[in-house]
Design a protein. Sequence first.
Length: 264
Amino acid sequence: MIRRHPPQVPAALWVPAVLALALVVLPVAGLLTRVEPARLPGLLLSPAALDALRLSVITGLIATALAALLGVPLAVVLARSTLPGMRVVRALVLLPLVLPPVVGGLALLYLLGRTGPLGGVLAVAGIRLPYTTAAVVLSQTFVAMPFLVVGLEGALRTAGGRYEQVAATLGAGPWLAFRRVTLPLLLPALGSSLVLTFARALGEFGATITFAGSLQGSTRTLPLAIYTTAQSDVDAAVAMSLLLVVVALLVIVIARPRAVEGRL
């Protein structure tokens, strides 16, 4: 029986790899040196911190669910459709990944604000979105959904379309093939994509503060609370930053391995 050995890492790669890890880890570790350990529990359990964390988690979960509801069909269309112009559509979907989040917030505000083309229609119906909790969810979905779409589209392209083609030859229609073939193919990638989507929504700042504002209890998520608190109490802001780091790490560490195992 032949033993399989893991591939060896070239020695020349270790130095830049360690530098890259240090660039990511050391700034976060530096936060620990700013706050006195004795003050940390009180700062982390302050009403403002817990309220902001609760709002961030709730809106992040809703935004992730909304991104899945809309992003899964979009990923399938991008990966499987042969209509002309799909390259342009793909570029538009990727825009939130490269645009500054503040620009995304302004775009949402001018579209859905009271004087915007859609916001005016909603205002007539008595619906106001800017500076509400719904605006937080929309902002998070806007910036986070591309992570899900990119991950799922890549998984579908890697898998190819042969399974759907076989299903079609056996008499399965497009909807049946989607439910019985495409969706099972997406499940492993869906797990990791949802983790990234939620983590991105949890840390969203620019679009949220522009479109939703920073109102405690309704729109002030944890990143906004950190920014607001830093202007008056740096130690409290650092403690909230550590809280956000811990939550994000828990999400990635707990959910990411399961998502990776689903691919194997």
